[in-house]
Design a binder for this molecule. Structure first.
Ligand SMILES: [Zn+2]
Ligand SMILES: [Zn+2]
Length: 161
């Protein structure tokens, strides 16, 4: 059997000082409207991020690497997580939770990827809105909207009406 080559995807902050690469497909991509994500979104200076929710691609940490010097990364502690922003342009690049169960994962801010809507690869298409019950703005799309999280991920599985 021939092994398919694994694709890599690149991204950068708004000013380009911080660049990164991921290997393969994300575990999932989602929008999250929880309080924490909304406050996280306000930390970013990237214009695309000021929208009251997070838009994140979840990866295992080992699939992610910074390809430029990490001198330009600023670490910001917030609610049991660390956020990493570009020191220069203050784009939010990624976050890592300090929860034991989530420590292996990394949430990468979708606004930094070099592909752009509508050219977003299928594997990066968002699968859901999480914590939609806590939203501050309504979203009109066809994605499932969960009160919190799907049950297979430890949530109630309940959908918003
Ligand atoms: Zn930057
Ligand atoms: Zn959230």
């Amino acid at each position: 059997m021939i092994k398919e080559p694994v694709s890599s995807y690149k991204g950068a902050c708004h000013c380009g000082k911080v660049q990164f690469e991921v290997l393969g497909a994300p575990l999932f991509t989602q929008y999250c409207h929880c309080n924490k994500c909304r406050s996280i979104a306000t930390k970013s200076n990237r214009e695309e991020d000021k929208k009251g929710y997070s838009h994140t691609a979840a990866y295992l940490r080992e699939k992610f690497k910074i390809t430029t010097s990490d001198n330009y990364l600023e670490r910001l502690p917030i609610n049991n997580s660390y956020l990493y922003l570009c020191k220069i342009c203050k784009s939010l690049i990624y976050g890592i939770s300090q929860d034991k169960q989530q420590k292996k994962g990394i949430g990468i801010n979708m606004s930094n990827f070099s592909f752009n809507t509508p050219n977003i690869p299928d594997i990066f298409k968002s699968v859901r809105h999480a914590y939609y019950a806590d939203r501050i703005i309504d979203i009109y799309d066809f994605l499932p909207k969960f009160v919190n999280f799907p049950s297979e991920l430890g949530g109630s599985g309940q959908r918003c009406k």
